[in-house]
Design a protein around this ligand. Structure first.
Ligand code: 6PG
Length: 237
């Protein structure tokens, strides 16, 4: 694992340029690229840059990329809390990609558990595998103030999932308090490149405190990055 930690306060352009570079390298290497986009609020500015900055837009291998998500809230696709809706509105609706390349987690399925199984089948069909798991060229992560990442919250049984690629988890004790779908720790482990995006001095202070703590993924799920086999880049916007 090679960890790059650019100086704090990098702009969204820095993150957008890294996303474009990693996906363009994957596309050059194997003809396709697979990215799992992160949710929450932090990445919006980065997605907007990818769509509207001429140079960054031009650097992205749009036609060769399959777009997935790392996690999703169990709300309708047009709900304000829907992670895929945010990324589509901020970026994917404004760039030259075919809807068939965009794979939101299916929150219209019969149940979160059924949705997780369906997503695993989709991942198996579109994403190369390593150790029987989907190996993303780029996995984007955020981090909550409690050290959660994806929808892997402190104390969650999903933190010890060793086989599945995507699971349903109960509503967390923080907003939005709805069940979630999330990729799992093994998917983080095998990803070729992980990009952790955080923003603001408050989050930087939380991350510094968590960095100083001994590894404890139950208490700090973001410690999963310490088991990542690929490149880890951390950018504080
Ligand atoms: C989600 C995210 C979650 C998010 C962090 C940070 O669905 O909420 O996937 O892991 O990345 O909570 O969220 P902010 O970027 O809004 O601080």
């Amino acid at each position: 694992m090679v960890s790059e930690a650019p100086a704090g306060g990098a702009g969204p352009e820095t993150a957008a340029a890294l996303i474009a570079r990693v996906l363009a390298d994957a596309s050059a290497r194997r003809g396709r690229a697979a990215v799992a986009l992160s949710g929450g609020s932090t990445p919006r500015r980065v997605y907007e840059r990818l769509a509207h900055d001429r140079v960054l837009r031009g650097a992205m291998p749009w036609a060769a990329t399959e777009f997935f998500w790392g996690d999703e809230r169990w709300v309708a696709a047009d709900h304000p809390d829907h992670n895929a809706r945010m990324a589509i509105e901020a970026c994917l609706a404004h760039v030259p990609v075919d809807p068939a390349q965009i794979h939101p987690m299916p929150t219209g399925a019969a149940s979160p558990a059924a949705a997780a199984l369906a997503y695993e089948a989709l991942l198996a069909a579109h994403v190369p595998s390593a150790d029987g798991l989907p190996q993303f060229d780029l996995l984007m992560l955020g981090m909550g103030d409690d050290g959660h990442t994806l929808s892997l919250f402190p104390g969650s049984a999903a933190l010890h999932e060793a086989e599945r690629a995507c699971v349903a988890v109960p509503a967390p004790a923080l907003e939005p308090r709805v069940p979630r779908l999330t990729l799992t720790p093994p998917v983080v482990r095998v990803a070729a490149h992980v990009l952790l995006l955080t923003s603001g001095p408050g989050k930087a202070a939380v991350l510094a405190r968590i960095d100083a703590a001994p590894t404890d993924i139950d208490r700090y799920p973001i410690h999963l990055l310490r088991h990542a086999q690929g490149t880890v880049t951390r950018i504080s916007l």
